[in-house]
Design a protein around this ligand. Sequence first.
Ligand SMILES: NC(=O)c1ccc[n+]([C@@H]2O[C@H](COP(=O)([O-])OP(=O)(O)OC[C@H]3O[C@@H](n4cnc5c(N)ncnc54)[C@H](OP(=O)(O)O)[C@@H]3O)[C@@H](O)[C@H]2O)c1
Length: 311
Amino acid sequence: MWLFWFLLTIVLIKLFNKVTSGKCYDEKVMSGEVVVVTGASGGIGYETALEIAQRGAKVIIACRDAAKGQRAVNEITKRTKNTKVRYMHLDLTSLASVRNFVEELKSSEAKLDVLVNNAGAICTKREYTADGLLKDMQINYFGPFLLTVLLVPLLKKSAPSRILVVASAWHKFGTAEDINDKRYCYIQSYANSKFCNVVFSKELARRLAHTGVVVNSLNPGQVNTSLYKSSSFLERLRSLLLYFFFKTPNEGAQTSLYVAVSDYCDQVTGKYFEDCAEASPSARTEDIVLAKKLWQLTEGLVKLTPEETSL
Ligand SMILES: NC(=O)c1ccc[n+]([C@@H]2O[C@H](COP(=O)([O-])OP(=O)(O)OC[C@H]3O[C@@H](n4cnc5c(N)ncnc54)[C@H](OP(=O)(O)O)[C@@H]3O)[C@@H](O)[C@H]2O)c1
C-alpha cells in the first residue's frame, strides 16, 4: 500500500511542477537574426539554441568542447532543418579565449541580435585559472562579464538587441565580498557567482539605458542537467530523484526563451525573470553603490583596457 501512495505522491509532484513551470508561447519568427548561446553543447543551453533555431535564427553554439559543440550543431540542424547553426570555440576559463571568440565573431558576423550568457558550472574544489581567477567565478561571472562588455559595440550597432544572463535562485545566498579570494565553499562560491550575475545585469542595463540594448537576468528553476554531475553513488541517487522533482532541460529553457524572444521583453531592461514572468531578486542586488564597486573591481580582474572600459 505504501508503494501506491509513494508513487502517487511522485506523480502528483511531477504534475504540479509541469503545471506551475512557465512556458514560452511566443512563436516569433527570427529569420535574419543572429543569436549566440554560450554553453549550448548540453542542458538548458542546448534546448535554448534548439528552440531559437526552430524559429529560423542563425545560432552560434559557443562552447569549449569542439566535439560536443559540433554534435549539438548536427543534432539541431537535423531536428530543425535550419542550416544556419554553427559552432564556435569559447572557453570561459580563459580570458584569451573570450577575446579570440569576440574577434572571430566580429569578423564573421555583421550583427548580433541576442547574446545568451548561459554557460555555467559548479566546481567542487578551490582552483585558480591561468588568469589568476577562481575557476567557477571565471566560468560563471568574470568570463561572461568580459564577453558581454566586448560585444556591447556590436550589440549597440544591431539594436534593438538583447542580453540575457542565466543566474539562479542561489544568488539569494551570494555576496560580492572577497569573490576571488575567500575561504572556499563551493556552494557559497556558486551562489556568489550568481549574485554577481544579477548585480552585473542590472548595472549593465543602467549603463545601456536608451541604447536599444536590453539586459535581463533569469532563474531557469531547478533543472535536471549535468550541472549536478558527479560519480558517487549518492550523486547518482540524487540524479534519479532530480528526474522526478526537477524540470526537464526543455522546461528549464523556457524562461531563457521567453526573455530572448517575447515581445514583452522588447522594452524591459534590468529585470529578473522566473517561470516566464518578472520576479523579485534579492533586495541586495538593487544596491547601486555595490554594483559600481563590483563593476570596477571586475574590470581590473578581467584586464579591460581603458578604451574598453568606456561603458
Ligand atoms: N540546472 C539547474 O538546476 C540550474 C539552476 C539554476 C541555474 N542554472 C544555470 O543554468 C545554466 C546552464 O546550466 P545547465 O543546468 O544547463 O548545466 P549543464 O548541462 O552542465 O550545461 C552547462 C554548459 O556550460 C558549459 N561550460 C562549462 N564550463 C565551460 C567553460 N569553461 N567554457 C564554456 N562553456 C562551459 C558546458 O560545457 P561542457 O559540456 O563542455 O561542460 C555546458 O554546455 C548555468 O549558468 C547554471 O548555473 C542551472
